[in-house]
Design a protein. Sequence first.
Length: 144
Amino acid sequence: MRPAAALLALVLFAACAPKEEEAPPTPPAGPTLADFAGTWQNKVVLEGTPDTIPSTTTGTADPASWTMSLEGRPNVPTTVSVVGDSLISQTAEYESILRAGVMVTVRTASVMSGGMLAGNVTATYRTPTGEQVVRGTLTATRTP
């Protein structure tokens, strides 16, 4: 085989060889619990309630460290996790500040944007006639 023909055969072989597929780019890592750690001043508005309910949530990168506090009340243990881009929290049961003598748990799902949290709230009241679920919204700012 002549050198020019051999070179042409090599070029054609290389051009016809299967191409290695490039791996898709790795998506950016989502937030971790450490990204949400700190003290947050919360404002909750529940459906049917004209007032904003203030509270404070505090925690570290350790999920067992989180608590919610309401003025004049003991801290309420709170279970937290990060799912996708959201901080999910669930309080232990405590006496409602809106309904005397009624126990409530509060679940939130919030995302961080611009250093603030915004999300949804579900309050589940344990009433004498059964559970009552009330939904609302949450906004929170981190305190220094």
